[in-house]
Ligand binder design. Structure first.
Ligand code: GDP
Length: 574
């Protein structure tokens, strides 16, 4: 086995011999000096151990780096059944808790707001219901850290409560249950607790770990407890972000303002955005002209966890779009243009796919439709022939096919006729006794429109008949190919039975359908599994010959049975 000297291995692993010797000591490997040899197996174990130690060290460093990062406020989404109090709770929090606004500032709805508590800041997503939450999640962005599931104490868990729970679960974020409306005499907190247990959440009061806080969004009772619980959960989640990292964020809400142009609320996720920075929200670029927070204050910079309304996007970036920082205008414009181009291509492809789908659907619909239609544009030389043809058409109508006279007129077909035919399903143009000009013929070719001219009425009606037939479902008929009589039945060694037959008339074809007849009655119908002459597989056997037939899925034939071979043929309808 290949051997390796200690100093060679140390060089390979990018370490001093002395360091490696320490590792060997740790492992209890005996050696004389750094020139001693190790067998390949030991060397491999040493390598693995060194790699493992390095990986651990890297993780430790990373964790330490993370732990050294400043904390960021939790972002909370409130979800629950309609009328259970989401809006009331948000209003209460906004009114009572949002930092005193500065002179001139107006508390605004920007899609999120910050609540200051002695223990820290909490950011609430300010769009009641989970529309915002889900659209943002649909775009793949993770915004909320904690979900408050609000349940009215007088109503209990309802369908949308379950939905909200499912959303939070899908997002993988912790939940806090707020049992609301406890000020009502009809409130029954215990009942809600019971229901929560049925959903698999055991409240802390019952010895479980589900956090449940009874509140009244109306009076504010319990809201402090709720905030405390949120901060406690946030503490456990250990939410941190690097304010020095390259700035990144997510659009929470956006709209077009008549005076100010595109407005978008940005939730900063890492790094710090500053007024004057260039940014990109997918294919929309912008330069931050101003930032306004939820208390209506103009801010110069926004750190992780801060929701700010940004002025300066060139267009309105949709909610859920991730925002990146870019160094300068040139880069911002260039990347935005590239992405727009990409998007156009993707949309085109999607549209084409959709169109292909629609066409297929249409065809299927037509096939499924009870009545088929032939759309006819008729041109004739005289009023007399026109009327005659119309009369014949009326007779050709069947229950299944309708000849729809789109347009009937005197004179040669026009370009307008071609246009009409090209935009109508199953449309054809028949001209009797008139010749279309060359330009019209060419147009018909270009558009793939069928345009036919006739001199004899009989030819025209004949062609029309054919067209009607094409629209009809083909009729199927069974044709008897031949018969074979079962003369002997053989058992196969591997199981199953083979009929030793004699073909009495016609022929037996391998691919045919077979009816097994006993005393003239059909006892089975199906397919042939194998058809043999002596040991040879054959495609068909003619009358007067013997053959072995194994049926696919039926062994119950007897001596004297007759196998009838059938073929199914499509027949044109009269
Ligand atoms: P949402 O559909 O979840 O946003 O529910 P709302 O916040 O609009 O509340 C629905 C109704 O319940 C409103 O009439 C509120 O005034 C009322 N409501 C909400 N919270 C409370 C509460 O704590 N106590 C009482 N008594 N009524 C409440």
């Amino acid at each position: 086995m290949a051997k390796v000297r200690i100093y060679q291995l140390a060089r390979e692993l990018g370490m001093d011999s002395k360091e490696l010797l320490e590792v060997l000591d740790e492992m209890g490997v005996a050696y004389k000096s750094h020139a001693s040899t190790l067998d390949e197996e030991t060397a491999e174990t040493v390598r693995e151990l060194v790699y493992e130690q390095r990986e651990e060290a890297r993780k430790r460093a990373e964790e330490e780096r993370r732990k050294a990062l400043p904390k960021r406020p939790p972002v909370v989404v409130i979800m629950g059944h309609v009328d259970h109090g989401k809006t009331t709770l948000l209003d209460y929090l906004r009114k009572s808790r949002v930092a005193e606004r500065e002179a001139g500032g107006i508390t605004q709805h920007i899609g999120a707001f910050e609540v200051e508590t002695p223990q820290g800041t909490v950011v609430f997503i300010d769009t009641p219901g989970h529309e915002a939450f889900t659209t943002i999640r649909e775009r793949g962005a993770k915004v909320a850290d904690i979900a408050v599931i609000i349940v009215a104490a007088d109503d209990g868990i309802m369908p949308q409560t379950k939905e909200a729970i499912a959303h939070a679960k899908a997002a993988g974020i912790p939940m806090i249950f707020a049992i609301n409306k406890i000020d009502l005499p009809t409130a029954d907190v215990d009942r809600v607790m019971q229901q929560l247990m049925q959903e698999g959440f055991v409240p802390e009061a019952y010895g479980g770990d589900a956090i449940v806080v009874p509140i009244s969004a109306k009076t504010g009772q319990g809201v402090d407890d709720l905030l405390e619980m949120i901060l406690l959960v946030a503490e456990m989640e250990d939410l941190r972000a690097d304010p020095e990292a390259e700035p990144r964020g997510v659009i929470l809400e956006s709209r077009m303002d008549k005076k100010m142009g595109p407005l978008a609320t940005l939730l900063v996720q890492q790094g710090t955005f500053r007024v004057g920075d260039y940014l990109l929200a997918d294919d929309v670029w912008g330069k931050i002209r101003a930032m306004i927070d939820s208390a209506g204050r103009q801010v110069k910079e926004a750190r992780p966890g801060k929701p700010v309304q940004v002025l300066g996007f060139r267009e309105v970036p949709p909610a859920g779009t991730e925002v990146e920082w870019v160094p300068d205008e040139a880069a911002a414009k260039e990347i935005a243009a590239e992405r727009k181009e990409e998007r156009r291509e993707q949309e085109l492809k999607a549209r084409q796919a959709a169109r292909a789908r629609n066409l297929a659907d249409l065809l299927r619909q037509m096939q499924a439709a009870e009545q088929k239609e032939v759309n006819l544009i008729l041109r004739a030389d005289t009023q007399g022939s026109l009327e005659a043809i119309k009369g014949i058409i009326a007779k050709l109508q069947t229950d299944e096919v309708r000849i729809n006279l789109l347009h009937a007129d005197l004179g040669a077909p026009t370009e307008g006729d071609i246009l009409l035919a090209s935009t109508t399903e199953n449309a054809v143009i028949f001209a009797f006794g008139v010749n279309p000009p060359g330009s019209v013929k060419k147009k018909a070719e270009q558009k793939g429109v069928i345009l036919k001219t006739f001199r004899v009425i009989y030819d025209l009606t004949d062609e029309l008949k054919k067209l009607v037939e094409m629209q009809l479902e083909p009729e199927y008929q069974e044709r008897v190919l031949g018969h074979a009589e079962v003369r002997a039945v053989f058992k196969l060694p591997k199981g199953g039975r083979v009929a030793g037959c004699y073909v009495t008339d016609g022929k037996i074809v391998r691919s045919a359908e077979v009816r097994v007849l006993r005393g003239g009655e059909e006892v089975w119908r199906g397919r042939i599994e194998s058809l043999k002459r002596f040991k040879e597989d054959v495609r068909e056997v003619a009358a007067g010959y013997e053959c072995g037939i194994k049926l696919a899925g039926f062994d119950g034939f007897e001596e004297g049975d007759v196998f009838e071979a059938l073929e199914v043929v499509e027949v044109a309808r009269a």
